[in-house]
Design a protein around this ligand. Structure first.
Ligand code: BES
Ligand code: ZN
Length: 646
């Protein structure tokens, strides 16, 4: 394996430069010398690997290593400092082009501090602006900059938005193309980079990142601030660089797993995720060694806009999965599975997003089957199938190009648009269909080899199809599956494997009987979360208020602390103007900001004419300041919200 000399040298330089301030950098420097970082994989050059969502010019000059030295200013809501980039350049390279968004650049220099000419180009929606630096033969550039208070990758929370209510909080969210708003680099998933960071924060806050922490307690900077140092010596896609700062505590759940969160959330979180070690063991037994060292989970404040984010070594998770009974832990299986599908083998462009998410949903379900059995796994897969069917409808039907696995996004299309159950569930159905054709043993062996062959590399849809043709399928099998139809054509192929839960027919029956006037007492009581969700989703969308009242009186869905049940109930109730559910909706929408829940609820209200529109506007005015830009961006569009309205 080739040493990534440039990156390692730069890192050693940075650490050496810090040694005066810290006094203990020799251990860290030693680590650098000992660690042989995997060579940074070449950027793919086939036309299908061209990333229209980045300004980068990797064929001329590409970033191989990012070194951040940033301080968090919680008063101004900005990050300030430097990013030093190591480059690999072509012989005649003139310039490097980076992605930036709303950054204020103070200077660009070479390694010795000599200014380099640079230009910030025209800013475009979602993409931000290219930063073009004239290289003058340099292989390292240093950018001094600060972020905008509105940087979409960063959410600055007031103490009131945290569990402890005493300290502010900051977290980043990089995927898909947000990291350019706090890190000036080539923000393209096919351009892998090693990285390190020094993050200075006010005491007593703690910084954590998706990397190895080199200084667990933080080091002195000046009296009221301290600095945390991190290192990722494996090349990762830049959307996977992540940071959180807050009053954070850690508790181990095993030798290589643990939970980071605010102290007020720690016990609950540790209880919910006590089985982390088993998750990692199960994943490894399926597809080979976990290659990232530790696997920890950070439980964020409720405004985190996603269920989870697979930041390497440190999954970011919403507190809304803490149901108290571990019923929603498949989310952890999902984010962990990304340690292979997504983080090891990474979608080369956002058109190949299904390679990240479809593989991961498949893998997640295999972990769930191993740990919780076939019954639970089948229920979750079957709910996924329904989600896929809904996504086909939402896309405008089975002929819509948005129902293709491989997308053909133009640059004006936000990669976020691809985050639908097509990528997730049609992707998983594709893999289940292959599994059924070749048998589980053969498929598992193949996948294990696939992750090894492509570890730390980008992958395109065509690359995957070529690999599976070469290493797994006979011509007859490839034909039977119809790989190209699956990957490139809209709709759900007729051979799609639909995993059916044998627990669901009883729920469907119960829903039907209850809707037709049956007694609420005959609705099953002691069922799993997944069955309950199925039951709620099967109820007709025009139930009478009397029927809804009977249900809520009996099951108290309006007060459910299980976010998935609460959401399924509110979707049903708001869809028929059931006023008694409005306070519950208001409480739910103002106490968490997970887009998957928030956006459909506002959409449902919005679709209800004057009644719902008024409620939506009232609740949104109250909730919006607490939402992350990812969530408010989506809801603004639904409600046609003009920021001036605030
Ligand atoms: N990687 C995604 C989150 C993501 C995708 C963020 C695209 C930004 C752009 C993560 O792994 C994910 O899929 N999260 C899901 C939960 C999962 C259990 C399906 C979510 O947040 O709902
Ligand atoms: Zn995912």
């Amino acid at each position: 394996m080739k040493l990534q000399i440039v990156g390692a040298t730069a890192l050693a330089t940075v650490l050496a430069a810090c040694s005066g301030a810290t006094g203990n950098s020799s251990a860290a420097t030693q680590n650098v010398q000992e660690s042989a970082a995997p060579a940074v994989a070449p950027v793919l050059t086939t036309p299908d690997a061209k990333d229209v969502h980045s300004y980068a010019n990797p064929a001329e000059a590409r970033v191989t290593h990012v070194s951040l030295d940033l301080a968090a200013d919680f008063d101004a809501h900005v990050m300030r400092g430097t990013a030093t980039l190591d480059l690999k350049t072509a012989k005649d390279a003139q310039q490097v082009v980076l992605d930036t968004r709303d950054l204020t650049i103070a200077s660009v220099t070479d390694a010795q501090g000599h200014p380099l000419p640079y230009k910030v180009g025209q800013s475009e929606p979602n993409h931000g602006a290219p930063l073009t630096i004239t290289l003058d033969g340099n292989k390292q550039v240093k950018i001094t900059y600060q972020t905008s208070p509105d940087a979409p990758a960063l959410q600055w929370l007031s103490p009131a938005q945290t569990a402890g209510k005493k300290y502010p909080y900051l977290f980043s969210q990089g995927e898909a193309i947000l990291n350019r708003s706090w890190i000036p680099t080539q923000d393209s998933p096919g351009i892998r980079q090693t990285w390190d960071a020094s993050i200075t924060v006010p005491r007593p806050l703690t910084a954590v990142m998706s990397a190895e922490m080199l200084t667990p307690e933080g080091e002195e900077a000046s009296g009221d601030r301290h600095t945390f140092r991190f290192r990722m010596d494996k090349p990762v896609a830049p959307y996977l660089i992540a940071l959180a700062v807050g009053n954070l505590k850690f508790e181990a759940t095993g030798p290589r797993t643990g939970i980071w969160t605010e102290p007020e959330m720690l016990d609950k979180s540790v209880k919910e995720f006590a089985e982390l070690p088993k998750f990692v063991d199960a994943a490894e037994s399926l597809y080979g060694p976990y290659r990232w060292g530790r696997y920890d989970v950070l439980v964020l404040p409720p405004s985190f806009p996603f269920g989870g984010m697979e930041n390497p070594r440190l999954t970011f998770a919403t507190p809304t999965v803490i149901a108290g009974d571990r019923s929603l832990v498949s989310l952890i299986a999902h984010e962990l599975a990304h340690s292979w599908s997504g983080n090891l083998v990474t979608n080369a462009t956002w058109n190949d997003f299904w390679l990240n998410e479809g593989f991961t949903v498949y893998f997640e379900n295999r972990i769930m089957e191993k740990l919780y059995g076939k019954r639970r796994a089948a229920m979750e897969a079957d709910l996924g199938w329904s989600g896929m069917m809904e996504a086909v409808k939402a896309a405008g039907g089975p002929n819509s190009p948005d129902t293709q696995l491989h997308l053909n996004m133009t640059k004006d299309r936000d990669p976020d648009d691809g985050m639908t159950d097509i990528a997730y569930e049609k992707g998983a159905a594709f893999l289940r269909t292959i599994e059924k054709t070749v048998g589980r043993d053969r498929f598992d062996k193949y996948l294990r080899g696939y992750f090894d062959r492509h570890a730390f590399q980008p992958q395109t849809t065509a690359g995957f199809l070529a690999d599976i043709r070469k290493n797994l399928l006979t011509d007859a099998e490839a034909k039977e599956i119809n790989l190209d139809q699956w990957a490139y054509k809209p709709g759900i192929p007729a051979n799609a494997v639909h995993v059916k839960s044998d627990a669901f027919p009883a729920m469907d029956m119960a829903a039907k009987e209850f809707a037709e006037g049956g007694l609420v007492a005959s609705v099953p009581d002691d069922v799993t979360t997944q069955e309950r969700v199925r039951f709620l989703n099967q109820l007709p969308r025009d139930l009478s208020h009397e029927r809804l009242k009977a249900l809520d009186d009996r099951f108290h869905f309006s007060e459910s602390g299980n976010s998935e049940i609460r959401f399924a109930w509110l979707m049903l109730a708001l869809g028929v103007h059931y006023q008694p559910a409005v306070p519950s909706a208001e409480a739910f929408l103002t106490s968490q900001g997970r887009r998957k829940f928030v956006a459909p609820l506002f959409q449902t209200l919005w679709d209800q004419g004057d009644w719902g529109k008024a409620i939506a506007r009232r609740i949104y005015a109250k909730a919006r300041p607490g939402y992350h830009s990812v969530t408010s961006g989506t809801v603004d569009k639904i409600l046609n919200w003009k920021t001036a309205q605030n």
